[in-house]
Design a binder for this molecule. Structure first.
Ligand code: GCU
Length: 329
């Protein structure tokens, strides 16, 4: 190393140590449950958050992400966060509606048209601030949202063009009443279960197919058992990052600020990375034998689910959020 560059590193280190407190004897590690693989853009984003947290707290606070449902399926890991046996989990938005029905506003079909629209809303405190704090009395705070792209239907033996094509088809949905009802309005039969059981359920005929974004479709190999993916794009449901509320409230203010700032960067990164990763996942699925159809009558599906949307917008909170989303379009 040249003498000059060595000197600048030493100078930098001195400047940094002046603003960062020395590491305490007992570092705090946040364990984060994640139900997708370590190639998913949310995993990369959480890893970025972990790196930023460690660097800015001089190793006093760290985070560790456990992918592949290693700590359990989402429904279970969210409950672990609630009881305080786990610090954080990624949770599909559907799961929180049983805690506060107002969350169902983000589980509605055809709510957003693009990831950019979602981005303007989901981490905007003016729109979501109160909702995200509303589950504090149940032990959890929503720290923010990732995008999960758009979900479409896939079947084992054919494409879907209109709601009539889903008649009698048993499709896996996430564990929420809104999602079960949605599939019924779309013409099929919604069967709620955790994501990890879907492959075998399709393989054994318990299900005829599923609905998800291209990344999950490809990385969890659902393409092998249900190769017909039809672009219904019926749901753009976010994934929340939830944290145990006592753990969050107990953090010193400067650490809270670092957590929020590093997460904001991570969420932004993921929103920007998702589309390219989804396109790559589609190409991978095609190589594995998957077939994709754009020949879908989205207007027919949108009309079919309209009564569900109307029936869920019943409280002031859901109506206000919905209006704000419409105003931003
Ligand atoms: C999406 C979402 C996950 C969710 C999964 C599912 O991929 O990002 O959070 O678990 O769908 O269908 O269960």
């Amino acid at each position: 190393m040249k003498y000059a560059s060595y000197l600048s590193i030493v100078a930098g280190a001195i400047a940094l140590s002046a603003v960062i407190p020395a590491a305490s004897a007992a570092p705090v590690n946040f364990e984060i449950a994640f139900n997708q693989t370590d190639t998913h853009p949310q995993f990369k984003a959480l890893q970025m958050f972990a790196d930023g947290l460690k660097a800015r707290t001089n190793g006093e606070y760290t985070a560790e992400v456990f992918p592949n449902e290693l700590l359990g399926a989402q429904k279970e890991t969210v409950e672990m966060v609630q009881t305080g046996t786990l610090a954080m989990s990624v949770a599909a938005a559907s799961l929180l509606e049983s805690w506060n029905p107002d969350f169902s506003v983000f589980n509605l079909p055809y709510l957003f048209n693009s990831i950019d629209e979602q981005k303007k809303v989901l981490n905007n405190p003016e729109i979501v601030g109160d909702l995200y704090k509303s589950v504090s009395d149940q032990g959890v705070v929503v720290l923010g949202s990732f995008t999960a792209g758009a979900r479409s239907v896939y079947l084992k033996d054919r494409f879907v063009k209109t709601p009539a094509d889903l008649a009698g088809e048993k499709i896996r949905v996430m564990q929420s009443d809104t999602n079960v009802q949605m599939l019924k309005y779309m013409g099929g039969v919604g069967i709620a279960m955790g994501q990890g059981e879907v492959y075998t359920a399709i393989q054994t005929g318990v299900l005829d197919g599923g609905e998800n974004n291209e990344i999950v479709y490809s990385s969890l190999k659902h393409v092998e058992v249900a190769p017909y993916y039809s672009y219904t794009r019926h749901l753009m449901i976010p994934d929340y990052l939830v944290m145990n509320v006592d753990l969050f409230n107990g953090l010193p203010d400067d650490i809270k600020t670092i957590v929020k700032e590093e997460l904001a960067k991570a969420f932004d990164f993921e929103f920007d990375a998702f589309a390219a990763d989804a396109a790559k996942a589609r190409a991978d699925a095609e190589k594995a034998g998957g077939k994709f159809s754009e020949d879908v009558d989205m207007d027919a599906f949108r009309a079919a689910v309209k009564p569900l949307v109307d029936s869920k917008l019943t409280t002031d909170v859901t109506k206000t959020i919905y209006q704000k989303i419409e105003a931003l379009r």
